[in-house]
Design a protein around this ligand. Structure first.
Ligand SMILES: Nc1ccn([C@@H]2O[C@H](COP(=O)(O)OP(=O)(O)OP(=O)(O)O)[C@@H](O)[C@H]2O)c(=O)n1
Ligand SMILES: C[C@](O)(CO)[C@H](O)COP(=O)(O)O
Length: 238
């Protein structure tokens, strides 16, 4: 958050950017092509995701889509097939999610201020209300990360076996993860650590992480049953 800003007053004038990371190969899905290109009720997973961020009321000024360099032509072909007119910029990812986000940020190097949402390209069902809440919270507090309460009991593995955790004190972290642009830039200048599974873990040493309610429908397409669930959810809401 800019130093001279009242933390309770959202910086509604700040431009909004989105980095949609889709630079992975989808090994756990085990499909013939990366899961971001798989069909979800007639459109590629990634196109659903892009549409969610391009919705006009969200005021996202620029969508940066990060892809494996060798898959650019796959995406361009899919965009042509589906007559996609949504303005977006495609850039090459890196070997890890962290590297892909860093590449996305590098594309925004000329931007002097704003708020950036980092979102998994394979979370196609994120509600617009969650995206809006994340942007608005980050505009007020510098950070905002969508998260939900676990529905299952959770146990921690120990040398003796395992023990129960208090799930009321746990959260399952989703994306979007929104940050004041300069804060995210500073965080991504630090060296990569193996513990960086998301953007909050990259930023948390520099700034407290504000959690906002996520949504159980905002699932990450990871294994084949996720695609079935996503289809059922989408059918029920369209
Ligand atoms: N080098 C990478 C790795 C992952 N991602 C993106 O980060 C998001 C979350 O990652 P995950 O679900 O793990 O995707 P994959 O790495 O593709 O899957 P897997 O781990 O099964 O190979 C995905 O949108 C994925 O495309 C990325 O942009 N660049
Ligand atoms: C960023 C993320 O989606 C938050 O839940 C998650 O950490 C990605 O993890 P993965 O190991 O890349 O599947």
């Amino acid at each position: 958050m800019p130093e001279n800003q009242d933390p309770k007053t959202p910086n509604v004038q700040a431009p909004r950017f989105a980095i949609l990371v889709a630079g992975g190969s989808g090994t756990r899905m085990g499909a013939a092509k990366p899961k971001q290109f798989l069909d979800l009720l007639g459109e590629p997973v990634l196109l659903h995701t892009l549409r969610r961020f391009a919705e006009t009321p969200l005021r996202v000024q620029q969508c940066v889509v990060v892809l494996p360099a060798e898959q650019f032509s796959t995406w361009h072909q899919l965009c042509a097939e589906h007559h996609v007119r949504i303005p977006h910029t495609v850039i090459a990812g890196g070997p890890t999610r962290w590297a892909s986000v860093r590449n996305g940020l590098a594309y925004l190097a000329d931007q002097t201020s704003g708020t950036v949402a980092v979102h998994d390209g394979v979370r196609p069902l994120v509600p617009a209300s969650v995206i809006e809440e994340c942007f608005a919270t980050a505009e007020a507090h510098g950070t905002a990360v969508a998260a939900v309460v676990p529905k299952d009991s959770v146990r921690n593995l120990s040398q003796q076996g395992s023990y129960a955790l208090d799930r009321a004190r746990l959260r399952l972290v989703q994306t979007p993860q929104c940050f004041e642009l300069d804060l995210l830039r500073r965080a991504y200048q630090l060296p990569e650590l193996p513990t960086f599974t998301d953007d909050a873990s990259v930023v948390e040493d520099l700034h407290p992480i504000q959690l906002v309610p996520g949504d159980y429908r905002n699932l990450k397409i990871t294994t084949p049953e996720d695609l079935l669930l996503a289809e059922a959810i989408l059918r029920s809401t369209t």
